[in-house]
Design a binder for this molecule. Structure first.
Ligand SMILES: [Zn+2]
Length: 258
């Protein structure tokens, strides 16, 4: 299984930077988990193959690229882009984004050959099958309804928390099965901003350390995602100071194979 966190910012020379403003993971060049930078950073091959987008929640940094992605592809689509999300997230997107005021209601539009966007409602802990992948949504603990995912193909499995603070069910589900090849866990704020992390339902390095005590697969590689870009340096330093040997920072733009 191939995974890439698409870039969302550029350094002074125009190259992809490690600052992650937006969230969009592409799996095997054909499935997107969240769509933060999907329109802006997907390669031509990814744009030609991604027709399934699955959302953790409706916060802007996770959906910003979705309306633009559909817009880019509009004329050339032979099938709709399927957007998988919980009922609550679909309702929020239809009411607040695809409402003709912010952007067109793509779920009602067609090009000459096909509908261009189709919402597919997902249920918590009910597997979705798309292409060669199996995806199980698991409820996590954010200030709006949010799911993480366990994603498997015939050879590998990975787990992604999405945005969350302390949560139990995600770890129970991970612990109940064979160890995944990788677990991607958020850590949005540094320890100094504990109050903000608490209020916005995110993790800090200290909270992450406590979360990882819930993981029974102690050798499983864990990768940190979703660090707020303005605090990235502080968070990385605090994570390194935890001295947890299987804990890494997921590199933006790098293609991982598991
Ligand atoms: Zn969020």
């Amino acid at each position: 299984m191939k995974l890439q966190l698409l870039p969302s910012t550029f350094d002074a020379s125009g190259c992809c930077s490690q600052r992650q403003h937006l969230s969009c993971f592409v799996i095997d060049d054909c499935l997107a988990i969240d769509a933060g930078s999907l329109a802006m950073a997907a390669t031509e091959i990814q744009k030609s193959q991604i027709r399934d987008v699955i959302l953790t929640h409706a916060h802007l940094d996770h959906i910003a690229g979705l309306p633009l992605f559909i817009d880019d592809l509009f004329v050339g689509l032979d099938e709709p882009v399927r957007v998988y999300a919980t009922k609550e997230v679909i309702t929020v997107l239809e009411k607040n984004v695809f409402n003709w005021e912010i952007y067109p209601k793509f779920s009602e539009l067609k090009n000459k050959r096909s509908a261009v966007m189709q919402f597919v409602q997902i249920e918590i802990e009910t597997e979705i099958f798309t292409k060669h992948l199996r995806i199980k949504p698991v409820k996590v603990n954010h200030e709006v309804q949010t799911v993480g995912f366990l994603i498997s193909d015939d050879n590998s499995k990975i787990a992604v928390t999405g945005d969350t603070t302390e949560t139990d069910r995600f770890w129970e589900m991970v612990n109940a099965e064979e160890p995944p090849k990788a677990i991607l866990v958020e850590c949005a704020f540094p320890d100094e901003l504990e109050d903000l992390a608490f209020a916005s339902h995110h993790l800090t390095p200290s909270r992450l350390r406590r979360e990882l005590k819930k993981l029974k697969h102690t050798n499983c590689p864990v990768y940190v995602i979703n660090m707020k870009p303005m605090y990235r340096g502080q968070i990385v330093k605090q994570i390194e100071n935890l001295k947890i040997k299987n804990l890494h920072i997921l590199k933006v733009g790098k293609i991982y194979e598991w």
